[in-house]
Ligand binder design. Structure first.
Ligand code: NOJ
Length: 534
């Protein structure tokens, strides 16, 4: 891809900084740790790194509660470390994307402290309102926080403030001109430091419906849903994204914006990536899709159609720091791993851009048995007793060695790592042709090589002809579905084909050509191939 369009098919690796690599032995990952491990990412073959928030923060929500948007939290290093990291990444040909958190600040941000202190006008930058009922003792409306409980907390003087997430994350009022000015300046600060783009946290939440109307029926602020909500995906957010796009485009680039947006449909999501808005939006429908060929195909088709209609690339995401790791979602154990390996090849074979969450290239499962006392996720702390929440996917990475912390750092690790992760470490998997790490490396290498291979192999055209292609000519993405048995997906793209068996049993297909890469051994006699289960 021409360098100006690098983001259209980029593979972007998500570094959850706190859990990636610890350089100073405090058990918490840091920016120097990331810099020291950049060669792993270069060798893996990704195009860019996305760093989760490393800004000054009380860490009520893993740094998504920012108290100073222009400074590095001492936990993670300092500005010189950020600068070094960006330079070192660029020297290796890796681009760097950082998080920006515009929907809310920390309750320790100077603006919120001023608001609590009663400084004139300071409350207008947030959503402060009187309560309802006798003595205003009831919250101003019935919205609930994503982490559980009311989306409102009361201040000692009786007013309420809105927080769609934890009480330590008050929502900003984007109608206030200083809010937009401040974030434009924050974006410039990091762009001037040389970063290549932003991942925009809660990009669908900054604007609330006028009058903050009740939902009725005690409905909850579910992150993903198909019904419109008065606090998410309001039309007004697009004005903000347009202004940010103008700002990004004013830099030599391209510098990109990636929306973390939850919208009720693929069409609504595509609005965030219109040509004058952000470059990409995470496509969480793929991540949410169960292990089902028909369902996956529908999501793939609808996702591609929606983004293609606005000229943007689709994105594919299997895991991130907010969801149960996909090895575990797909059933865990050997079966979960087999499926995760297959899903990785599917994701990397699809047109568009893909996100790899740290550790998925190692086939890490979710850690399900963390002691409650070790957990830090506010979602866990607020709805005590629930498991399956977000600490189990944030356990620090095993790099090498036989014992915890498996090379994560010289000290311990902020969340305990399971016994037996030595076999999953980067060192243990390197050079093992059957390892998940080597599968990812091979897939990423192939992904770079294949577009140059040119015309589809003759065998594929023949197969399509014989079977009678139901879908006709390839679409604008160069992708074309071919008929396949139930439970199997089969498509071509220029230069190669991808076939994906969701069944628990092997499937025999006419051999379409030479197998170049498979998630599990494929048998072929030249005329047919036997696709293994999962
Ligand atoms: C989405 C982030 O990915 C998540 O970790 C965070 O808790 C919320 N936004 C709130 O900032």
């Amino acid at each position: 891809t021409a360098s100006g369009d690098w983001w259209r098919d980029a593979v972007i690796y998500q570094v959850y900084v706190r859990s990636f690599a610890d350089s100073d032995g405090d058990g918490v990952g840091d920016l120097r740790g990331v810099r020291e491990r950049l060669p792993h990412l270069a060798r893996l073959g990704v195009d860019a790194v996305w760093l989760t928030p490393f800004y000054v923060s009380p860490q009520a929500d893993g740094g998504y509660d920012v108290a100073d948007y222009r400074a590095v939290d001492p936990l993670f290093g300092d500005l010189a470390d950020a600068d070094d990291l960006v330079r070192a990444a660029h020297a290796l040909g890796l681009r760097v994307i950082v998080d920006v958190v515009p929907n809310h600040t920390s309750d320790q941000h100077p603006w919120f402290r001023a608001a609590l202190a009663g400084e004139p006008g300071a409350r207008e930058r947030y959503h402060f309102h009187p309560g309802r009922g006798a003595a205003g003792a009831q919250p101003p409306n019935d919205w609930e926080s994503v982490f559980g409980g009311p989306a409102w907390s009361r201040t000692p003087d009786g007013q309420w403030y809105l927080h769609l997430f934890a009480p330590e994350q008050p929502d900003l009022n984007w109608e206030h001109p200083e809010v937009a000015e401040e974030f434009a300046s924050v974006l410039r600060f990091w762009l001037d430091l040389g970063i290549d783009g932003f991942r925009v946290d809660v990009a669908h939440g900054m604007v609330k419906a006028p009058g903050l109307p009740d939902l009725g029926h005690g409905a909850q602020a579910t992150l993903i849903g198909t019904q419109p909500l008065p606090f998410f995906d309001q039309d007004g957010v697009h004005e903000i994204h347009r202004s940010w796009r103008r700002l990004l485009d004013s830099y030599e680039g391209p510098r990109i914006g990636v929306a973390e947006a939850w919208a009720p449909s693929s069409e609504r999501l595509a609005l965030y990536v219109r040509p004058d808005e952000l470059h990409q939006a995470f496509n969480f429908r793929f991540l949410k899709c169960p292990w089902d060929a028909e369902g996956m195909r529908t999501v793939i088709d609808e996702s591609l159609a929606a983004t293609t209609s606005v000229g943007a690339p689709t994105t594919w995401v299997l895991s991130n720091h907010d969801v149960v790791r996909h090895v575990t979602r797909y059933g865990g154990g050997a079966r979960g791993l087999a499926r995760a390996r297959a899903a990785a090849l599917l994701m990397l074979a699809l047109p568009g851009s893909a996100y790899v969450y740290q550790g998925e290239e190692l086939g890490l499962p979710e850690v399900l048995d963390l002691p409650d006392a070790a957990r830090k996720d506010p979602a866990f702390l607020r709805s005590a007793g629930q498991d399956g929440l977000r600490d189990g996917c944030r356990v620090p990475i095993p790099w090498s060695g036989a014992q915890p912390p498996y090379g994560f750092g010289p000290g311990g690790s902020w969340l305990p790592q399971p016994a037996g992760w030595d076999g999953l470490s980067v060192a243990a998997q390197t050079g093992d042709p059957h390892s998940t790490l080597e599968l990812y490396r091979a897939a990423l290498e192939l992904r770079r090589a294949l577009p140059g291979l040119g015309a589809p192999e003759a065998g594929w055209a023949q197969t399509a002809g014989e079977a009678g292609s139901e879908d006709g000519a390839p679409g604008p993405t160069g992708m074309r579905w071919l008929p396949a048995p139930e439970g199997v997906l089969l498509f071509t793209r220029p230069g190669f084909a991808c076939t994906f068996n969701t069944r628990p049993t092997p499937v025999e297909l006419p051999a379409p050509g030479r197998p170049v890469l498979s998630s599990a051994p494929v048998e072929t006699d030249g005329r047919t191939v036997l696709l293994p289960p999962d």
